[in-house]
Ligand binder design. Sequence first.
Ligand code: PSV
Ligand code: MN
Length: 386
Amino acid sequence: MPQFTQIADRLATLEIEVPSWAYGNSGTRFKVFAQPGTPRTVQEKIADAAQVHKASGLAPAVALHIPWDKVDDYDGLTAFAADHGVRIGTINSNTFQDEDYKLGSLCNINAATRKKAVQHNLDCIDIMTATGSRDLKIWLADGTNYPGQDDIRSRQDRLAESLAEIYAGLGPDQRLVLEYKFFEPSFYTTDVPDWGTSLLHCLALGPKAYVCLDTGHHAPGTNIEFIVAQLLRQKRLGSFDFNSRFYADDDLIVGAADPFQLFRILYEVVRGGGLESPDVTLMLDQCHNIEPHIQGQLRSVLNVQEMLAKALLVDCDALAEAQAAGDVLGANGIFMDAFYTDVRADLADWRESRGLPRDPIATFIASGYQKGIEAERVGGQQAGWN
Ligand code: PSV
Ligand code: MN
């Protein structure tokens, strides 16, 4: 197995984008638990996100959700982020919260509603231009609840047309990233239910269209690392929305429920050249319903780093040899050796050698930042998931 020192530089290429909405209050349809110190503005969300980067060195970009993070002055917001040591990342469009979208947005049977949804995405591209963001991420709540409710095939045609109009608005260095989800809020059909559908639309659109893989958006038992390998082979994996799940789109801390799955996914990212490739954005898409927001985000980026270190430790030469020899259990053993290696002490040394805290979470707690925002942020409307 490689020594930790041999993977140190590759580990340093890891960058994770954090979602602005993770810093707001969130919950379930039963209850949203408000937390003291929760941001009231997008600036406060960015300031909190910057603490994650400061303590870990892992999170230099913050993804925004429009309209939740809409402001009048995007130059000012970009400068504000830079002053805090981070940049604006992916712009997530939102066509799922207006009354007009009850029967869908880009796939809606009503042309005026489709036009409105297309225009919203074009407005998001303007925000990308103003903030220097590269990616427009589209996730659609579109679909149907009952057989016969709408024509499945026509909805795909409308989707293709709407996406093409949005795609035409992209600048030369901008990209469209199409997220899929197999269910919710529509339950009979979903218009972009799987990676195959997303990929087909991306291929039809052109080279600036990529698939976004949200780890929570698959049926139980789905082999997600296979999808990662396949999309990387096709050079169409644009981004991840990392989170973890027990049941569905739980949006829990990545690597918390199944660290071995995260290890396997990151192994395929490394194997397919996705770690060093600028094409693949590693983003979190999480909500912290009961745990503190900033600490939850810190735990998340550290989980990704820890599983990435293990994935980089796989002895690829020995593995290839065992595979070529048809040594089934030998190959599996080599793979598992890397997963079972405890890298925590090496990671602490690695951080220290790069001027970062050995224990980012303890350092963040000791900094008093959380206590400070709890005292300062009183009054005003706390940001929520929406
Ligand atoms: C949908 O479930 C989703 O994963 C999309 O990425 C959204 O942008 C995100 O949640 C937050 O709404
Ligand atoms: Mn997502």
